[in-house]
Design a protein around this ligand. Structure first.
Ligand code: F6R
Length: 613
């Protein structure tokens, strides 16, 4: 949440900052701003709303001269989205400028103290407090790094900060605690950013800063300090993916691009981990002895990642015969769950920085449980903290609504399932091989869910249903998990009230909401439960619901006897079927969103990585 970028070099800074912010807008888009050292003063431009407003205001950056500065794109926490609350924030006497991602928990106390010391405030933000606190110490010490150190020592909460001091030209300081921050090395220029895409056009050589790190840099030099303020070496990594991965490449939106990237992404997750017909998880250290004594698996996550966990329950329990409990990270962290050495906690997070998920991970570790994280963003906090990590290798996901990250997380669940089941002997070799065979074809089968014919069909149904006020998604077993994800997609990007239910649960209450014209999306792919779900479909149709059916090819003729509107997907091994079933639901949400004129990639009130509780 919130994106920050900093540039220090010889080129005009503002266009570079705006370009960086355009790659970070997924982190928040309530307002944007830049501050550039221009003719000896800290010049600020900021505007409420999308980056385009700021872009227009400063002529794409050309209107502000100067070769170094900081930029910010905001997801509002403290204070409404407004020009005044936008970052960067300048301290009272105009000497210090700050951009901030995170939350300062003790900002009210600090603000009161600073007011008593004569500082004036203009915004409602916690960030303005940081700027003034640094300036307060700068006034005392006349030493920029020392002032930053003293101020930061007083901050409670999370922060990635980019800081400029008007009196120390050509120097920038960045600090990281519990919010992501990278440092990028250029030739005669250096960068900071919340995420790699912001600076990938200029450099591939980056350091993922550790918690507590401070970086003091000019265009030609950089010094890293750890949490104890001792100078440290930080070894740079080379980014090996291309900037095109973070661009639309001819697609209208990132979401549709990422939907179409799923075959490649899933293949990239699965195939390097299958060798000679067996799952090989080099990345994890789960011994046979540990797995044989395992009493319980928790799957802890938020949002769509949690729905992967709900699917994981059906998948893992069936194959491994170990109790599995999916639980929302925001609940897990305060629920005092029963766990210890014989508990495995799977933590799922695309961003690797979701605040609740990270706290849940810490809670699990405190109780001695083993933690295994499934993460997309390399070097993220959750990836660093978990005992083991399996990267999904989905590449950057820019659209706020997840698609390819979801699919690759699910792929990792399949791999973990096969790995555990084989280790503890709960799967027959024949079954194991049947799943491996289908796993290796999964990418091709996902491609078959993305053909122009299927897309046209879904677009047609989207046109029929895009005006509905309410939607219900019903299904059983893994179809129920897929319903949760399909329903979330529709509500988050098309702003339609939508709920997902286990189909058998409908008549215990929710069916009272079904009336003439209510949309029910019925997902029926599980062979043994097909007829049961069809009974529920008949019940809602009898009460006037419009039903859109999602099923597998083998049921197409059968389902059409009950429902005229049907999309069918290829069949695969039942364990892997959710990877195919989800695709038409992603496409449906996408097309409904377009027809309702919503902002597909940046839905209202949301941001990509949720670093606040
Ligand atoms: C929905 C979506 C969110 C995330 C959730 C967790 O499309 O993307 O529900 O799944 O915020 O985020 P991560 O996986 O980054 O922890």
């Amino acid at each position: 949440m919130c994106g920050i970028v900093g540039y220090l070099g010889s080129r005009q800074a503002s266009p570079i900052l705006l370009d960086g912010l355009s790659k970070l807008e997924y982190r928040g888009y309530d307002s944007a701003g830049v501050c550039v050292m221009s003719d000896g003063v800290l010049k600020v431009a900021k505007a409420k709303g999308r980056l385009a407003n700021l872009f227009g205001m400063i002529d794409g950056g050309k209107a502000i001269t100067g070769t170094y500065g900081i930029g910010h794109t905001r997801w509002a926490t403290h204070g409404a989205p407004s020009d005044i609350n936008s970052h960067p924030h300048i301290a009272d006497a105009g000497r210090i400028a700050v951009v901030h991602n995170g939350i300062i928990e003790n900002y009210i106390k600090l603000k009161e103290e600073l007011i008593l010391k004569g500082k004036h405030f203009h915004s409602e933000t916690d960030t303005e407090v940081v700027a003034n606190l640094i300036e307060y110490y700068y006034d005392r010490f006349q030493d920029f790094p020392r002032a930053v150190r003293r101020a930061v020592a007083q901050l409670e909460g999370s922060y990635a900060l980019g800081i400029l001091c008007q009196d120390l030209p050509g120097t920038m300081i960045a600090v990281k605690k519990e919010s992501p921050l990278i440092f990028g090395f250029g030739e005669g220029e250096n960068f900071i950013a919340s995420d790699v895409p912001a600076i990938l056009k200029y450099t591939r050589k980056v350091v993922y800063l550790n918690d507590g790190d401070t970086v003091i840099f000019t265009k030609d030099s950089v010094r890293f300090y750890d949490a104890f303020n001792d100078p440290v070496e930080r070894v740079p990594e080379m980014i090996d993916w291309d900037i095109s991965a973070a661009e639309k490449c001819g697609y209208d939106h990132f979401m549709i691009k990422e939907i179409h990237e799923q075959p490649k992404a899933v293949k990239g997750t699965i195939s390097p981990r299958i060798r000679d017909g067996r799952v090989v998880l080099d990345d994890v250290n789960l011994t046979r002895e540990y797995l044989e004594n395992l009493k319980k698996i928790y799957i802890v996550a938020c949002g769509s990642s949690y729905y992967v966990g709900c699917l994981g329950k059906y998948i893992l329990e069936k194959a491994c015969r170990i109790p599995v409990e999916p639980i929302l990270a925001s609940e897990f962290r305060y629920a005092e769950p029963v766990m210890g050495k014989d508990t495995l906690v799977l933590i799922i997070s695309q961003s690797g920085e979701t605040a609740d998920t990270k706290a849940a991970l810490e809670e699990a570790k405190r109780h001695g449980a083993r933690t295994l994280a499934i993460v997309n963003v390399v070097g993220s906090a959750i990836a660093k903290e978990a005992d083991d990590v399996i990267y999904t290798w989905a590449g950057p996901e820019i659209a706020v609504a997840t698609t390819k990250a979801f699919s690759t997380q699910l792929s990792v669940i399949y791999l973990i399932t096969l790995h555990i089941a084989e280790m503890i002997g709960t799967i027959k070799e024949e079954e194991y091989q049947a799943i491996i065979c289908e796993l290796l074809k999964l990418d091709q089968k996902i491609s078959l869910c993305l053909t122009p014919e299927i897309t046209a069909k879904i677009r047609y149904y989207a046109e029929q249903y895009f005006k509905v006020h309410d939607a219900f998604f019903i299904g059983r077993n893994v179809d129920c998990g897929i319903c949760m994800e399909g329903s979330l997609k529709l509500k988050e990007i098309a702003y339609i009230h939508s709920e997902a239910y286990a189909a058998g649960e409908l008549k215990h209450g929710p069916i009272s909401l079904i009336e003439e014209g209510t949309l029910v999306v019925a997902v029926a792919t599980v062979d043994s439960l097909f007829e049961k779900t069809m009974s529920n479909v008949k019940e809602v149709r009898a009460r006037g619901a419009e039903v859109l059916g999602i099923t597998t090819e083998n049921f197409e003729t059968e389902i059409k006897k009950t429902i005229p509107s049907v999309v069918s997907v290829p069949k695969t091994h039942p364990m892997l079927q959710p990877s195919l079933t989800i695709v038409p639901l992603q496409l449906f949400a996408y097309h409904v969103s377009l027809l309702r004129d919503c902002d597909v990639d940046k839905p209202r009130n949301l941001a990509k990585s949720v670093t606040v509780e």
